[in-house]
Design a protein around this ligand. Sequence first.
Ligand SMILES: Cc1ncc(COP(=O)(O)O)c(C=O)c1O
Length: 467
Amino acid sequence: MAPSDRTRFAPNSAAARDIEYYLHPYTNLKVHEENGPLIINSGKGVFVYDDQGKEYIEGMAGLWCTSLGYGEERLAKAAYDQLLQMSYTQGFTHRSNETAINLAEKLISIAPEGMRKVFFTNSGSEANDTQVKIVWYYNNTLGRPEKKKIIGRKKAYHGITLAASSLTGVEYAQKGFDVPLDRFLHVSPAHYWRDGQDGESEEEYATRLANELDQMIEAEGPETVAAFIAEPVMGAGGAIPPPKTYFAKIQAVLKKHEVLFIADEVITGFGRTGNMFACETYDLKPDLMSVAKALSSAYLPIGGVMMTDEIYQVLRDGGDKYGMWNTGYTYSGHPASAAVALETLTIYEERDTIGHVRAVTPTFQAGLQSFADHPLVGEVRGVGLVGAIELCPDKENKGAFDPAAKVAPYLVARAHEYGVILRALPSDGVAFCPPLIISEDEIGMVMERAGKALEDTWAYVHMEGLV
Ligand SMILES: Cc1ncc(COP(=O)(O)O)c(C=O)c1O
């Protein structure tokens, strides 16, 4: 019996065919066969519409990516024009196309100081996978074949290719897949509200985490540790901004041991925190950066690795040993993706998107803070246009619900009913990450709908005896 025959969906409906043929990413396959998909076929501005015509505010910008919202004609036209003129040119063996060249130049012109070259990928995972290859090639070229371990953080999300999911620290992305691979290590995440000890200041907590990293590098042997990777604001692990002084202390440890710093700006890049890059927001000086998502406002897939001149010079010298820089994707620097990315960056500048983010941030953050006194909300956190509320059964003791009770997923489901898309995170966090173009009125709508969902969740936890 085909799965669609077992569902309540009409034969041959889109939902039935989805269940029958489409293996979804990150989906509970059995539940999907029962419940079917949410099919979203159109969007305009910050709104999307499902196949029943129901309207939602995209409070998560898709997967933290649709920065310019939906239906932006200029981006569609940029792709169309480029595809007509030249649909594909490879980047291998000295071939190039002017659109990718323009994009590389533009990216370096807006990147944090010190970034010198861009390597193009199709996604954030590929960018982080490439980071691993760069770091290993770099140390092989320098004659340090032992210096290969890479340290990430528990709860971090860096993607799902084999190497990227080894950098990742959320358990759900690793279970069943035999990752992390060897040579990948993880230190504690940085979440002061949840993990700070009684009487410990935020700065003391940051010192403790820097000491943990220092001790791990010492224990492993600095000659074996190549790099450390972090999202400036932890995304899928909780939408958690860093504690005060955290990155300054971490960067000092990395410098001491000659360990490269990779900043994963896949979520934070291109305005999310109120600066072009979160490296500016938190004064980070990475050796390597990963970007994707808002680079093209998710109109076409594209990502990239940016690197300092010091890294580039070693890759260049690697050619003397290995023949050439032998890695790349068929679609690295794809002209259509590059054209859309270039147009996205042009729109950010012309419309002063970062100025807009700064202007509406107080409304957005105040909207989140309006939930802070609710008895179900343990913590409210955020920066720029990203943030989260964390639900907890007793805020005094910062307790946590049994994950099986699915409290945050309940809130997210209720929010859905009220017409706002939010996302449940580990430890019953609920993330908010709207398109960067969101207006003050639309922020008000997000918060109002989320507030109703919070009230429903409060009733639910009582009904279930969870508080
Ligand atoms: C910080 C971060 N890095 C990397 C990735 C992986 O990007 P992709 O899904 O495009 O492979 C993600 C995806 O959400 C992310 O949030």
